[in-house]
Design a protein around this ligand. Sequence first.
Ligand code: ADP
Ligand code: MG
Length: 558
Amino acid sequence: MNRRPFDPRLLRRVPAARRDLAVLAVLGGLTALLVVAQATALATLLATAVDGRLHRPALAGFVAAVAARALVSWGQGTVAARAAATVKATLRGDLLRAVGRHGPTWVAGQRAGQLATLTGRGLDALDPYFTGYLPQLVLSVTVPLAVLARIVLADWSSALIIALTIPLIPVFGALLGWQAQAATERQWRRLSLLGGHFLDMVAGLPTLRAFGRARAQVDVVRRMADGHRQATMRTLRIAFLSALVLELVATLSVALVAVPVGIRLLGGGITLATALLVLLLTPEAYLPLRAAGSRFHASMEGLTALDEALTLSATPAAAATAATPLPAPDGRGEIRFEGVTVEYERTTALRDVTLTIRPGERVAVIGPSGAGKSTLLNLLLGFVAPTAGRVTVDGVDLAEVDLDAWRRQLAWVPQRAHLFAGSLADNIRLGVPDAPDTTLARAVRDAALDEVVAALPDGLATVLGERGHGLSSGQRQRVALARAFLRDAPLVLLDEPTARLDSASEAVVLAATRRLVAGRTALLVAHRPALLGDADRILRVEDGRVTELTPTPAGKAS
Ligand code: ADP
Ligand code: MG
């Protein structure tokens, strides 16, 4: 975890925020000067008031300093809020571009939920960081320096004491911060454990009920929750204690300055005006450091979000390494896998796969779940890049081509089609937004979607709800097939298109699938024998290795 109070990557990655941050620094310096001016004027005012006189210039100076501080503080708030907005907007854009650049496999690897949270609410945690902590951090540097400089001029012995005691605040703060951090991390781990267990339990509740284990699980959750409560209390105790300790250090330090000044004032070794100045300024030196410390905890979340966002959006794309990508080969070309290995963090999905798919071949891929079948398709889709070896089309390495152009040569029917909020027609036009109505109607017929369209209230114009509610899995798959028909691409990739369907829908989808693969190069992940009928070849994937099966006689019939 990043514990630095300011991430220097920010300046490089969000250049638009540089000016605002510079303005914040200048305003911090200005505040420091005003703090000194205000105390100087007040000390003069008080010292002359003891003699029964009113020092008019000092009064005017004091009022002016107070007014100017209010103005500067307002300015700080505005600039900080603007910097926060700029940084958030830039990082959100960067994250979304990173998602576009890396593709879905990367998103899945980054835990999609975490990424979505970060891009959405997560980055909002930067607001307290920019508006609260960062301005205070600037002040904690500028104000003590200005105060020290002023006191050196007035009374160097007091300045020496301040210079020696001020470092105690960040030192103690850091010591206590480590404790708090360790406690917070422990607490976080417990919370994740509790969350995971709770999720498991809710998901398995019917099973637990049926086997009479529900009560016992409730006790487990209660014990875990209790542990979590104790951990929380420990963290809170440390937080409160650290506030108290810092308060105490600051107060004692001020006393160390004040007592000698008082004694010297009685002995006549120092003028009243100087003594007042020292006494007024000394607490100001400690204040910003303590304030920054107390806001550090509140801004931890923002700093963590910042760190994650900067790291994630900077990860270079695995595939797009070539400086200028080559033009995409034709989807009708010969596809070769040459010693391809795909390794994920914990698993090896494919091991040294070598195979050739000739133009127009319909290849069925079978194998147990987790064998690496989808990875084979993801390589062709450019969603994953080989860890070793290469995938070529007509001799051109896919790692070097313009992937967007290459993907225009493909149609993809995934295991579970994703429908977007919008009309059914727009959903089918996903890959070909400007397809004319007649072409659309043909794709609908080819995908056996016409009977579905007829039953919908507004036909093709029917608006599908978020995540496409209102269509069954079988109907969704037909939408996916209609997309592929409309795309009319020379190479089609199908990933278990009928895996979730009942037998009635399966028959319909199967017939449409047959029509789709006819006359194209097709790679079809099949989990049911019914899909193998039209295949020219059958590949078997098992534990990342691919072997060729002799085609069934039925496969030769077509
Ligand atoms: P199949 O489609 O044959 O069921 P996959 O190709 O989806 O298998 O997965 C092969 C192996 O790679 C599995 O062990 C799976 O857990 C792993 N895997 C797939 N995608 C990812 C990913 N994005 N990150 C990490 N591991 C993955
Ligand atoms: Mg799969």
